[in-house]
Design a protein around this ligand. Structure first.
Ligand code: ZN
Length: 289
């Protein structure tokens, strides 16, 4: 099944909903970064959350989301432009921690909870919008719930999950978000809370073959799907992009590289592709400055 997300409303209630399945793109990220299970689960949960967040924006703003909770995974970063394409990485791709009692992947431990979730929305204006909230548990879903409540004044329930197989491949990934819009009553809130009680984990529902639409319909009555978007992992980097970045180092720094190594190799953090700039290319760059 292809990766995609849907957004919709609950009929006759001020409640909006989002759901996604991201199994393929998280598996793609796992292969690119050689992610071990806890790192894969953490980044996968974050990518599902960020993709749903991006689909709430109206103008395809560039979203850059960073999580750093002081845990062993280090800094996690995801970037999307609201076009369904996402890229991301984690500081330590080789985290493998499980909870002793439940045997589940210990994402909260790997991420840590002594830090922040930061969102930068670049709308093409001079100043990007920057907002930051303290992490709740490092389990990712809770942390995005806090972000929507504190930063966007939108009470939300965020549920994201990743199921990793015995040989580390991603078997299922996805999530859903339920948001209370202005005008929601106590009765609406209770309705959602009751629906969420004992709702099975989203990753196992995806693994069982349920689509994002079916998960929403199982959760709430009268869901009306209003939009659909295909999702994929895409870096989009190029040699030109890295050449521009090198130019920003300035003349003396580039001359330094030329005189010390005679070439320059840069590694893209998002896809691990390597780009090599030879002596003549560096000389041409320096001459252009
Ligand atoms: Zn790249």
């Amino acid at each position: 099944m292809k990766d995609y997300l849907v957004r919709g409303m609950v009929k006759n209630r001020p409640i909006r909903v989002f759901a996604c399945q991201t199994t393929n793109l998280v598996e793609e990220a796992r292969k690119l970064h050689d992610l071990w299970p806890t790192s894969a689960a953490a980044l996968g949960r974050m990518m599902s959350s960020v993709l749903m967040m991006a689909s709430m924006e109206k103008n395809n703003e560039k979203l850059t989301v960073t999580i750093n909770g002081g845990g062993p995974i280090g800094t996690m970063l995801c970037v999307t432009r609201g076009d369904g394409k996402i890229k991301g990485f984690v500081g330590d791709p080789h985290c493998m921690y499980t909870n002793n009692e439940t045997g589940k992947l210990a994402v909260g431990y790997a991420v840590g909870n002594q830090g922040y979730l930061q969102v930068i929305k670049d709308m093409g204006l001079k100043e990007p919008f920057v907002s930051q909230v303290p992490l709740q548990s490092g389990e990712i879903g809770d942390d995005f719930t806090m972000y929507f409540a504190a930063s966007e004044q939108t009470p939300s329930a965020v549920s994201v999950g990743v199921l990793v197989g015995e040989t580390n491949e991603v078997l299922a990934s996805g999530g859903f978000i339920v948001q209370m819009m202005p005008g929601a009553t106590e009765e609406d809130i209770t309705y959602v809370e009751e629906a969420l009680t004992d709702f099975p984990p989203v990753s196992s529902q995806i693994h069982d073959g349920l689509t994002p639409e079916e998960i929403l319909e199982r959760l709430l009555d009268d869901v009306e799907i209003l939009g659909h978007q295909d999702l994929k992992y895409e870096c989009g980097c190029s040699k030109e992009h890295f050449a521009e970045a090198l130019l920003t180092l300035g003349k003396s720094e580039l001359e330094d590289i030329l005189n010390t190594d005679g070439f320059c190799e840069v590694n893209c953090q998002f896809c691990n592709k390597k780009y090599r700039f030879e002596k003549a290319e560096l000389e041409a760059m320096i001459a252009s400055l």
